[in-house]
Design a protein around this ligand. Structure first.
Ligand code: NCD
Ligand code: ZN
Length: 345
């Protein structure tokens, strides 16, 4: 049995850091493990311009504890009104690395999202031309579509037509949850990739209802059945560079999770690489973790690979019931009150 694993320091290609006190509470967990992260723009109000992204980046860097090195890779929130000139400005900025498409109403803080991609044609054409990636929350919002089918329907009705109209557009289908997502990305053009979360590699939808309703396992896209989890795991360990790490760690206070209408999002940053090690180990594929976690994302974004290393040791680690988050509201981490199988040195 392999007792330790050393790999080039990973990056997180899909992360929610929030702002202000919440940002200060969660940032160290990510910055200890990852050199860089693609930071999601779904603040309230959303980060829609390069100017807003510059200010948010400054707040992230200011919240970084002394001694930790971490580079936030900023994204802009695509809206019905995003101008092509904003794409030019993003591309020229050097610190904005992508636009994020949230179908309006699809998930947490997505009210300002895109109502119809027809409104975004000019911006998308400029992104295609300049090679600026579009990061896609791939779920339709039609309440008539079954929640568990929303990714598959999105792929057929939105993503496939989008790539027919913009065949050279760089796209990341974020946090894929289905065999359909795996198949689509694998068979698409080379500049189409996907991120996969640790929780979607470790859990299937039974985890939402294990002994009672489990709000801390509720995220969007929602967990799917076991066949889909296996498809994701096979993609992650395949060595195909189209699939790379994105935790989608998405903190919400305990009060807003444990509620009659609980928020979507799992907090995994406290074990952001350890949980992936567990998933890869269970598949007998620890040797495939470095490519997935440390190489393929950087290559996709055209950024240099990291050069320093981290070491994980096979040690049982207890996860606290709660972590500090906001005054009067705690954060319930993934595996709260249970254990992790790996520890980062
Ligand atoms: C995310 C959040 O809380 O911001 N929630 C989630 O369930 N993943 C938004 C998102 O990525 O969909
Ligand atoms: Zn997300």
């Amino acid at each position: 049995m392999q007792l330790s694993l050393t790999l080039i320091r990973p990056d997180d290609w899909h992360l929610h850091l929030r702002d202000d006190a919440a940002l200060a509470a969660v940032l160290p967990d990510t910055a200890r493990r990852f050199a860089r992260a693609i930071v999601m723009p779904n603040l309230k109000p959303p980060v829609t311009t390069v100017a807003l992204a510059a200010q948010y980046r400054d707040r992230i860097l200011a919240a970084l504890p002394a001694g930790l090195r971490f580079t936030p890779l900023m994204t802009l929130y695509l809206t019905d009104n995003t101008a092509a000139a904003e794409v030019d400005a993003a591309h020229a900025s050097g610190f904005v690395h992508a636009f994020k498409l949230y179908p309006a109403g699809a998930t947490t803080n997505s009210d300002a999202g895109v109502t119809d991609l027809k409104n975004c044609v000019a911006a998308l054409a400029r992104m295609e031309k300049l090679g600026v990636p579009l990061l896609v929350h791939g779920e339709v919002t039609d309440p008539a579509v079954d929640v568990f089918d929303r990714e598959a329907v999105f792929i057929d009705t939105v993503l496939a037509p989008l790539l027919r109209d913009f065949p050279a557009l760089k796209v990341v289908l974020e946090h894929i949850t289905t065999q359909n997502g795996v198949d689509f990305v694998r068979d698409a053009a080379t500049q189409v990739a996907a991120t996969i979360t640790a929780h979607h590699l470790l859990l299937n939808r039974n985890a939402l209802f294990a002994g009672g309703i489990r709000p801390h396992h509720y995220c969007l896209p929602v967990l799917k059945r076991e066949t889909h989890r296996r498809a994701l795991l096979n993609a992650a360990i395949s060595g195909n560079p189209k699939f790379f790490l994105g935790t989608d760690s998405a903190p919400h206070g305990q009060r807003t999770k444990e509620s009659a209408c609980g928020c979507a999002g799992c907090y995994t940053a406290h074990a952001g690489i350890e949980l992936y090690a567990e998933a890869f180990d269970a598949a007998g594929a620890l040797d495939r973790l470095e490519g997935f976690a440390s190489f393929f994302g950087a290559d996709f974004y055209g950024l240099p690979r990291n050069t320093d290393r981290i070491t994980l040791r096979r040690v049982t680690v207890a996860v606290p019931d709660t972590l500090d988050y906001l005054p009067g509201d705690m954060l319930v981490p993934f595996r709260a009150g249970e254990t992790l199988a790996w520890r980062m040195e």
